[in-house]
Design a protein around this ligand. Structure first.
Ligand code: GYE
Length: 331
């Protein structure tokens, strides 16, 4: 009789019974009882921003707060993310959270998650899928708007500093090709740039969101172009590399220098450079998304509706306003 009841519960797939213990790759049931099991596929660890983003999710989805978090670092490879998501599906986690390295290529694996009835929460970047019921919600920045902010800042800068007939040469250093941070920031900036005949975009080249690549690419750009007036660098880590390259070649930069630097993210180390006048402007993107993820999951658990999209807002920092945030900045 008791066995029948247990069997019936198993068939319903409820509670702790569904996460069986003792099998390879399975979350032990005793660890997950009463906890909400979340599988988190992070795309990599390429930047200071990313480290803060991962930490934010790990700090919020803790056992004390009622979660059991499984974490996987995909090291920039989509196939690793797909593998991690498939493993979360086979473990029958309660939720899948993931930061997609690129926008496309997710339809099949997200369909598998949907078929298994596992809600998917996309964080940080966007996915481009044919059917938007394949994910529950997206929590992240509006990269296009960030790109526009950079463009508008440059408009204002030119209005104050550029000679009437002068052309400015702009180099755009892009992040990971095909990621929404790259696509959006480029599109948003282009939108503004194309309304200015006197802005010449010399090249758009990828620095892959890392300091090492940023430096390498900048050194080759400095050999190729005699006159670079502005560098739009799609994250702070690449900016650190760009600055190293400029220093090595003896080119001045920042508020009092020859090369104007526009950066994105606004991590503490970069904000210090803004305060020193070395980076002209930093467009903020907030990586502290863990709390929002936890809140969305709690709502879903309570059967409450959630939005399809939560936009994480950001500021713009220059030497004039950066001091106000520098002290409290944690990352
Ligand atoms: O700007 C960059 C990171 O997707 C917003 O990814 C994120 C970007 C961020 O590696 O530093």
């Amino acid at each position: 009789m008791l066995l029948c009841v247990v069997a019936a519960i198993c068939l319903c797939g409820c509670g702790s019974v569904k996460k069986q213990s003792g099998q390879d790759g399975m979350v032990p049931a005793e660890l997950t009882e009463d906890l909400i099991v979340v599988g988190f596929s992070q795309l990599g660890s390429e930047s200071v921003w990313r480290t803060a983003h991962t930490a934010s999710i790990q700090e919020q989805l803790t056992k004390e707060k009622g979660f059991f978090l499984e974490y996987n670092n995909a090291r920039q490879r989509q196939e690793n993310q797909i593998k991690a998501i498939r493993s979360y599906i086979s473990q029958r986690v309660d939720y899948i959270v993931f930061s997609p390295v690129t926008e496309t290529g997710w339809d099949t694996v997200l369909q598998e998650a949907k078929n298994a009835n596992i809600p998917v929460i996309v964080v940080d970047r966007m996915v481009d899928v044919k059917d938007d019921s394949l994910y529950t919600t997206i929590i992240g920045m509006d990269a296009q708007e960030e790109g526009r902010k950079a463009g508008r800042w440059l408009e204002e800068f030119c209005r104050k500093n550029k000679g009437k007939d002068e052309t400015i040469n702009v180099l755009v250093m892009e992040g990971t090709a095909g990621s929404s941070a790259q696509i959006g920031r480029s599109e948003g900036f282009d939108e503004i740039a194309k309304t200015h005949d006197d802005w010449r975009v010399l090249e758009k080249i990828s620095g892959e969101f890392t300091t090492t690549k940023g430096k390498e690419v900048m050194l080759s750009m400095l050999s190729k172009y005699q006159d670079i007036d502005v560098v739009v660098s799609q994250n702070d880590d690449m900016t650190f590399g760009i600055i190293e390259a400029l220093q090595e070649r003896g080119v001045s930069y920042g508020v009092d220098g020859d090369v104007t630097i526009i950066s994105f993210d606004a991590v503490k180390e970069a904000l210090e450079l803004v305060a020193d006048g070395k980076i002209n402007v930093d467009i903020e993107c907030n990586p502290l998304q863990g709390e929002q993820v936890a809140e969305v999951i709690r709502k879903l658990e309570a059967g409450q509706p959630v939005e399809k999209r939560y936009v994480v807002d950001g500021d713009i920092f220059t030497i004039d306003n950066v001091k106000s945030v520098l002290e409290q900045r944690k990352y």
